[in-house]
Write a protein that binds this ligand. Structure first.
Ligand code: KG4
Ligand code: ZN
Length: 319
């Protein structure tokens, strides 16, 4: 049994996962209310809340179970937020004489699928979150090659900024998606992919195009048009990567993968190309500790040493 801890951004989460990838507990506390009035995540508040909440969250996740290993998100993320999780994990492990494994946050998102089904590499993964938008060729667990990335905003960040332009509040992604789902069939064309015809993503042009349309059309139509434009870009780049590679499986994961329209579009793409498709349930797409526990289970790792700590900028290949 493994105790996993995730505190890279504004979710305080602890989970217990067994070695068959079964979730025995997965407690996720979202700090939305603490950051809402500031319109975004305030790093200092996030760190302080993790510090206050983590003992209680871990106690709830543990119940009367005795884990034999500890896994914790080591990076990337907010330095103060990561430090709380890593320090807690190391102290817990030290007190009980257990090894603690530092996990890359994106590697966690890649592993979320295993908590619900088998999905062996090799496959292509589209990781779409608030901080990342990447296409990754997963050759084997632990062997990753990034084949495309965003040159500016991440997809989730684009959703959040678009939602702010439409005055929908924070966190913007789910709010924009809900408004888009309420729209009729009418759409405004939103162009702005400056990386059209290339492998990499770009979302800042879409955001600027949206800004010029705000006030001229109904918010629901703008939200739906923006969502369609983001989904279309993600589908196009994924299709491009699938054509270039020989993999026959596609994984969609990360917070934005909770988006219904994106899930449907990716599933359709996979079907059209004859590749097997997987996407975790929405609650396992967004940040949670169970996925960090799953990532500690697929291949042997070195335990964190005493002098090793959080790494806010760590890349997947350094991991
Ligand atoms: O993976 P995640 O929980 O945290 C990071 O690692 O960043 O992703 C959070 C991002 C936020 O930008 C949020 O707005 C977006 O995922 N998101 C969504 C939806 N649910 C969450 N974006 C669009 N539609 C959704 N339903
Ligand atoms: Zn994430």
């Amino acid at each position: 049994m493994i105790l996993a801890i995730e505190t890279s951004c504004d979710e305080t989460s602890a989970a217990i996962v067994d070695r068959d990838f079964r979730i025995l507990s997965n407690v996720v506390y979202s700090q939305i209310e603490d950051h809402e009035r500031f319109g975004g995540v305030v790093p200092e508040i996030a760190s302080r809340r993790h510090l206050e909440l983590l003992p209680e969250i871990v106690t709830r996740a543990l119940g009367d179970r005795c884990p034999t290993q500890v896994a914790v998100t080591r990076g990337p993320g907010l330095i103060g937020a990561l430090l709380v999780g890593v320090t807690f994990a190391k102290a817990f492990a030290l007190a009980r004489g257990l090894p603690v494994y530092g996990i890359h946050h994106i590697e966690g998102h890649l592993h979320a699928v295993l908590l619900e089904r088998k999905f062996p590499p090799p496959f292509l993964a589209l990781v779409v979150s608030g901080g990342h938008t990447e296409l990754i060729h997963v050759r084997a667990w632990g062997d990753y090659e990034r084949v495309a990335r965003t040159t500016d905003d991440a997809a989730g960040e684009a959703f959040d900024k678009a939602a702010a332009l439409l005055a929908l509040g924070f966190p913007g992604g789910p709010k924009l998606a809900a408004l888009a789902d309420s729209a009729g069939p009418e759409r405004i064309h939103i162009a702005g992919d400056i990386m059209a015809g290339r492998d990499d993503f770009s979302f800042s042009g879409l955001k600027t195009a949206l800004r010029l349309l705000v006030g001229k059309h109904e918010p629901a139509i703008l939200a739906a048009s923006f969502q369609d434009a983001v989904v279309k870009t993600l589908v196009q780049k994924t299709e491009r990567a699938l054509k270039k590679s020989s993999v026959d499986r596609l994984l969609l994961t990360g917070g934005v993968a909770a988006n219904r329209s994106l899930r449907a579009a990716m599933s359709k793409l996979a079907e059209a190309r004859g590749v097997e498709f997987a996407v975790p349930s929405a609650e396992l797409c967004t940040d949670n500790a169970a996925m960090i526990g799953a990532a500690a289970l697929t291949y042997p790792r070195e335990a964190m040493k005493d002098d090793e700590s959080a790494m806010p900028m760590i890349s997947l290949s350094e991991n």
